[in-house]
Design a binder for this molecule. Structure first.
Ligand code: COI
Length: 354
């Protein structure tokens, strides 16, 4: 089925690959040669194409710009030692994209179109997938409204695109984070579970304030009481307390992270007690005070597994123990890397060869 869809492909006449400098990569700034584009018009997805990466024109009245009908995904492709390329759980990204689309009154994408666009694009830009430990090809599928119309209603037309960029680690050292107890990322019943652009735009101001105070990121708390942890910046949040892996249960205000899901699965596989439930800032700081808070870390596609070294609250900083090779976060990060690069068996069938 994957080889049946025709995607018109226009190759670049001037590849930028020879200029790629993997030693000086800033996340999300260097894009591969091509991009996938398909438009939704008259109720259907029409004429998928792969074209050279570049600017495009949109109507100044484009309703994504005015009213935020815009969603995206983050996923990665990895190259193993033999040079084979594989995607990590791509259909999970498609299902989440379609859940976001439904929440934002946008059309869903058929699996064949998504997988064909993705695999044909990555095959064409195979040279851009790094085969260096700790590096990968970050893939950004996204969809936005294209009606040029200032009326506030769902657009009739949309564009879905995929762009890609080689990346290294998103964070290169353990994070200083603080609880956010004034601003809100998302409330119950809002669109926090969806990966819509507005969730990220609205988070920038509170995050900037925390960065001015010397933190890298926030740990968002719930909108009604500011008691319970939601997620951390661009990641889901996890804690190891007294040998148990604890993470906030999913809700309409928390992103259903694919890395989150994978880490929980590996913890189950290793017979580690896992608790998906409400976890309060107070519980975490009490555990820190009585020495049972062993680890805190963020998990996400871009961030991978990002250890937290300091948690701040009300102007006070609380330091976590340094991680060691035996720490859960280090072991799970190593196992995920090994699965992704083919060094460990893929028992859950997470990898899809390109
Ligand atoms: C990802 O982890 O892929 C994300 O979407 C986070 C991001 C906004 C960099």
């Amino acid at each position: 089925m994957l080889d049946t869809l025709t995607i018109r492909t226009q190759r670049t006449s001037a590849s930028r690959l020879p200029e790629l400098d993997l030693d000086h990569l800033e996340f999300g700034k260097v894009f591969s040669d091509h991009m996938f584009v398909v438009d939704f018009r008259n109720g259907e997805w029409q004429e998928p194409q792969i074209v050279p990466y570049g600017d495009m024109s949109v109507s100044p009245a484009n309703s994504a710009l005015h009213y935020g009908q815009s969603i995206f995904e983050g996923m990665k492709a990895y190259k193993n030692e033999q040079g084979d390329i594989a995607l990590f759980r791509p259909t999970d990204n498609l299902h989440r994209l379609n859940a976001s689309a439904e929440r934002m009154c946008m059309p869903t994408l058929p699996e064949e179109l998504f997988m064909q666009g993705l695999t044909q694009l990555i095959r064409l830009d195979a040279g851009w997938v790094p085969n260096v430990a700790g590096m990968s090809l970050y893939i950004r599928p996204f969809m936005f409204a294209t009606d040029g119309m200032l009326g506030v209603r769902p657009s009739d037309t949309y564009r879905f695109m995929i762009i890609t960029c080689p990346v290294a680690a998103f964070y290169n050292k353990p994070l200083r984070v603080r609880f956010e107890e004034k601003y809100v990322r998302s409330a119950e019943g809002g669109a926090g579970f969806a990966k819509n652009a507005g969730n990220y735009g609205a988070a920038m101001y509170p995050t900037k304030l925390a960065q001015q105070e010397g933190y890298n990121q926030l740990i968002w708390t719930d909108a009604s009481e500011h008691r319970y942890v939601e997620e951390s910046g661009t990641m889901n949040a996890m804690f190891v307390i007294d040998g148990r892996l604890i993470t906030p249960a999913l809700s309409s205000s928390i992103l259903d992270g694919i890395t989150r899901r994978s880490v929980l699965q590996l913890a189950h596989d290793w017979d580690m007690p896992v608790e998906e439930r409400k976890v309060s800032a107070r519980e975490i700081l009490e555990a820190q005070a009585n020495g049972t808070l062993e680890e805190a870390f963020g998990v996400g596609t871009a961030a991978t597994i990002a250890p937290i070294s300091v948690i701040g609250q009300h102007g006070q900083d609380y330091t976590l123990p340094a991680t060691s090779e035996a720490s859960f976060s280090r072991r799970v990060a190593a196992e995920l890397d090994a699965i992704r690069t083919g060094a460990a068996p893929d028992v859950h069938g997470w990898m899809v060869q390109v």
